[in-house]
Design a protein. Structure first.
Length: 83
């Protein structure tokens, strides 16, 4: 799974008859088209955890709360590029 090889998991899951295996199988059927190759991301030095995203959202959230600031929807893309 870490290498994005979802198809290789099917034979293992088919042999398992538990509630958890059924739930995981349904999850994979629904989302396998968007599951990344985490190993490749890691080798490229890209973040794979939610911590970086959560931190960036918190930073943006604090910046848009600046006292006296007036925000317009058309300026949202500029705000999101602040890093």
């Amino acid at each position: 799974m870490w290498q994005g090889e979802v198809e290789q998991v099917w034979p293992i899951l088919k042999g398992m008859r538990t509630y958890q295996a059924d739930c995981f199988r349904r999850y994979l059927e629904k989302h396998r088209h968007r599951l990344p190759n985490y190993g490749a991301y890691q080798r490229e030095g890209l973040g794979i955890g939610s911590g970086e995203v959560e931190s960036r959202v918190k930073q943006i959230g604090e910046r848009v709360k600046i006292t006296g600031a007036r925000w317009k929807p058309e300026n949202a893309p500029q705000i999101l590029t602040i890093g």
